[in-house]
Design a protein around this ligand. Sequence first.
Ligand SMILES: *Cc1c(COP(=O)(O)O)cnc(C)c1O
Length: 343
Amino acid sequence: MIDLRSDTVTRPTPEMRRAMAEAEVGDDVFGEDPTLRTLEEETARLLGKERALFVPSGHMANQLAVYCSARSGEEVWAHATSHVLGNEQGASSVLARVLPRTFDSPDAVPDDALLERWATGTDDVHRARPALLCLENTFTGRAVPLAGQRRAAALARAHGLRTHLDGARLWNAAAALGAAPAEVAEGFDTVSVCFSKGLGAPVGSALAGDADTIDRARRARKLLGGGMRQAGIIAAGALYALRHHLDRLTDDHARAARLAKGITSTTGLSAESRTNMVLLSTAPGKAPGHASAFADQGVRAFAIAPDLIRFVVHLEIGDADIDTAIAGIGAAVMTRSQGPAAR
Ligand SMILES: *Cc1c(COP(=O)(O)O)cnc(C)c1O
């Protein structure tokens, strides 16, 4: 089975497991885990921020960012399909009790006119106070160009908002844009990153930002029950990933590009690669059926919409797997098209 459902399905490599087994550990609730400390320092440095905080999930990193940057009843602005608002069970309305305000924009970034409009008249007694703008990079696999995202962040900050970047796949964005991770995070008060997606660690994410915000996030992590003891065991996996798996992300991107081309040429369906993802468009309603036909051919993928299937390339996928996947997908579409109009 070739599992292309997500880059979260990777298992730690033997070298990573060795690093985890041999990690020096201590009680991190007392701030005494040396491996965790090292991971937080290296992460902060890479992202160009003062501090970083290790957390169990990207979800927690995003929610800590919201919790530390917006108060109850304040507005949080994010894309209508953003992870922070749409894929975290509405946690920001439960925990920080903020008012979500969503924009729709094909390129993931709100335009200046909309930001200006939302940022004016905020002293009106009827209005909720705007507190935070959240952007996302990569956005559904797309590496968002830095100029636009920085302009939006700067405009928001000029109007007194704080800014957060959901960088669960920031590493992929940096690789695709030919930028340093710190350049992608530039202009944001806080940034969240995942170690357990493209980098291949078994567990963990981080929130990075200025010292004061991260100190508050550390307290809030404990409030949520996220204090961990000898977490150096898992931090060692993340640290290994950070040190050894950043440079190979361009291989995933090249394989995703080859997968998209191969799918299009064998099936005639339109497939687009974006960093480590491939998005395959089908006729309305056909995506779930296609995805299960792919699974019958040994290729697992997610139908993320009635007309869209997502494949994600990751470190357990080699060149030969791409060839096998293309053949399997081609065979599945061929079989289905023997019935009426599978497209
Ligand atoms: C995966 C993801 C998250 C959260 O990750 P978890 O670790 O699964 O909680 C947040 N934002 C984006 C854009 C993601 O892709």
